[in-house]
Design a binder for this molecule. Sequence first.
Ligand code: GTR
Length: 352
Amino acid sequence: MEFYPDILIFDNGKKVESVEDWKKRRKELIKILAENEYGFSPDAPEAVEAEINKDNDSCCSGHARIEHITLSFDTPKGKFSFPFKLFVPTAREKSPLILLINFRPDAYDKYCPSEEIIDNGFALASFCYMDVTSDDGDFTNGLSGMFDRDERIGWGKISMWAWAASRVIDYLSTRPEIDAENISIAGHSRLGKTALWCAAQDERVKFALVNGSGCGGAAYERVKHEGAETVKAIVEKFPFWFCGKYADYIDRADEMPFDQHFAIAACAPRYVCVGDADKDKWADQYSSQLSCIAASPAWKVLGKEGLIAPENPAKTGDCFGEGNVQYHLRDGVHYFGRTDWNYYMQFIKAKM
Ligand code: GTR
């Protein structure tokens, strides 16, 4: 199958042939995605500050301690703060980190098997996306209220949540207990889209764990399957997740100067895991697998492998994780489940 646009052809028509070319093309991919889909984000603040509010010395069978941290930084309209939680394993001096962008602020959550994650050898951080800014069209609250925004190409909510995740990484990569060379970012559904967009832009993220992300996430938009979400459907319901310009592509996917394989490719040569559930047609599972295939030439040009899998649709229970891109399809519905987590953690442990 041929995929458009070609990730290895610059906008000026030249071909990507070297590692140096790829570094430039990667920046071009990110710019095209920002300008047409997610919106441009501001630069990072000069510094972030952290206040550790509460310490619980023993959780997860006594294998970790938990810190409640408030992160603060300067913005054009004053200081902004949001909270997150950090589980620090007590058995080791340094641990690889998984940062989960979550729907709820709870340390123990149905989408976050904290104890299993700790017992697999990871430190775990999570924040609630709504503590950053609301999940609606109000651009006056939280982080969204701290910056002026261009409605056409300025950041939508997905960009804001992704940017906030990078601020958590600003801080956590300075903590001696965190192995800053092995940072993963995880999210499900709208927050799977967010995790992917964060990893695409932020090279400190080594592993992107992109669960049930669908339209505007991993799913290749030019090929749609029955029952799958489209640009039209998503923009009608959630225009605020994106920049205004994304609405131009309603019913015009073929004219998009990008497709979702750009976001996966922008992570190369790092690692991406995409996971779906077999009953989650709305997330267009096979189109997500196709994006992984379409993005894989980015790894090839760097002398690595992207997704190693057949081109026909994955069957329930398949997990293709030999290359730097993994795709899995588990049984069940739209959810961030234990099975998904196990596929992701196995992959990280094998590639770390
Ligand atoms: C749906 C939306 C999807 C997905 C999901 C979620 O309603 O259409 O794109 O993001 O919400 O985040 O739970």
